[in-house]
Design a binder for this molecule. Sequence first.
Ligand code: HEM
Length: 219
Amino acid sequence: MARFSNGPDHVRRRALGVDALASVDADSLREKAFSRTHRIVAGLDVVEVMAEIARPVPVGVLAEALGLPDVSADVVPVAAAYHPHVVPDAAAEAALARLVAACGGPSELAAARIGLLVQACDATAGLIGNELFAWLTGKPAEQPVLATRRRIDGEDVTVSLAGTPFGAGPRACPGSWHARALAAGVFEALRDFRLTEGEVSWISSPNLRMPAVLRVTRG
Ligand code: HEM
């Protein structure tokens, strides 16, 4: 993946992802995120936003926009396991094998597509969770990703992202406006919901600030 590559490998692998994103239209991401969320919440009075919407909806819509099947069920476990410091379990390995097949078989292009989907998964869930929480409570929205890990000369290095939620420089996030369009579609579909009393818990990680659970109620 571009994310953990350096030098010419990073430039070439990042360009594959950036090219794939260039064909994606923001209005259509917003509309599709709206209609997918709307379908999920139709008839429901209580929704757990993080598991039911904030991860699967953006990943499913982005996969479709990239011409892929809805691989969100496999992206979620891979996104939880792809960092170099995590040892993937058998379920994550199996999900990755299915993702590689769905993305066209082993190649740098498949890795770039998977890279887009796993990068989108938790980060966009964090954006949606934090902005929805802020909107429902009137508190300021927090930055979801507080630090990033790089692999330099075989070592994991942690880099602070304070004040730059989408990063900066040659590794800045190429999906920032895609993420915002997806989040806007989700919010539109959740307009009639309010925070369920006592139903927010936060992920315990030094690098992430986002809800683990965010339950909302219609009305
Ligand atoms: C559609 C949604 C998204 C996509 C497709 C996406 C894609 C990517 C990709 C491919 C990279 C690696 C770039 C590289 O290695 O050169 C990246 C980096 C990054 N993304 Fe995103 N991203 C998304 C959403 C978000 C969100 C919502 C946030 C935070 C609010 C975010 C924050 C970052 C940051 C901070 C980096 C830089 C990491 C570093 O410097 O090592 N991304 N993103």
